[in-house]
Design a protein. Structure first.
Length: 226
């Protein structure tokens, strides 16, 4: 090899190294799979979390290809891979980890942390669809907004009319029975719930018709459901 070629080879190597060092920060990205339901998953990338359906893209451009059975196939940074619920991944590979406010599995239970408003909130599977709820131990029943019920495929017209008092005052609601309510690995069938107009509660509530069927253990600022 000539001295000229050798010199350019060395310079090119340094340029590539410099280019890599400049670009490397842009390649950072951590995926965490918080929950998986049929056809959708709760995924966060670098702390930004969203419910992403099959065929859609979410935080950081991660695309969900398939979701179900506790696993999700994602396309991220030009790579396609399968991830299990609770697993994490970066552009460099798959890592362990789980959790966040969506509910973190700890041993046989699920730990629920407070969100930015100081409320215990988590992602709950209702008839296989992901619904964000607040844990409300004062609420007599699981409470869904009409939009939540529609998302979960619940026919509100099939329920009985009940009268409730909510944050916005008295309201006519519909009492229904949910086929399944799932929090992490905790699954309960035939859960009674009420459906209220969208503007009467800020967010769906995980009330006592579910909570009375599990153990709820305070742990500092968190709650552990078993």
């Amino acid at each position: 090899m000539s001295k000229l070629a050798s010199g350019w080879g060395g310079r090119l190597g340094w340029l590539l190294c410099l280019g890599f060092l400049q670009v490397a920060p842009l390649s950072a990205g951590e995926i965490t799979v918080h929950a998986v339901f049929d056809g959708q998953a709760v995924i966060s990338v670098d702390g930004e979390r969203a419910v992403v359906a099959e065929g859609e893209s979410g935080p950081g451009g991660v695309r969900v290809l398939q979701a179900g059975g506790g696993r999700v196939q994602v396309e991220f940074a030009g790579e396609t891979r399968w991830l299990d619920r609770g697993a994490g991944a970066s552009r460099g590979g798959v890592t362990g980890g789980a959790g966040g406010a969506a509910g973190k599995a700890v041993g046989p239970g699920v730990t629920v942390y407070t969100d930015s408003r100081g409320v215990h909130s988590l992602t709950v599977g209702v008839n296989g669809r992901a619904i964000t709820m607040e844990v409300d131990r004062e609420a007599e029943s699981v409470m869904l907004r009409e939009r939540d019920a529609e998302r979960a495929g619940v026919d509100a017209d099939a329920g009985n009319t009940v009268h409730l008092r909510t944050e916005r005052g008295r309201v006519n609601a519909r009492r229904v029975t949910l086929d399944e309510v799932r929090v992490g690995g905790i699954r309960r069938s035939g859960v009674s719930a009420v459906i209220v107009p969208d503007d009467h509660i800020h967010r769906a509530r995980l009330g006592r018709t579910f909570l009375d069927r599990v153990e709820v253990e305070p742990s500092g600022d968190a709650l552990i459901l078993r």
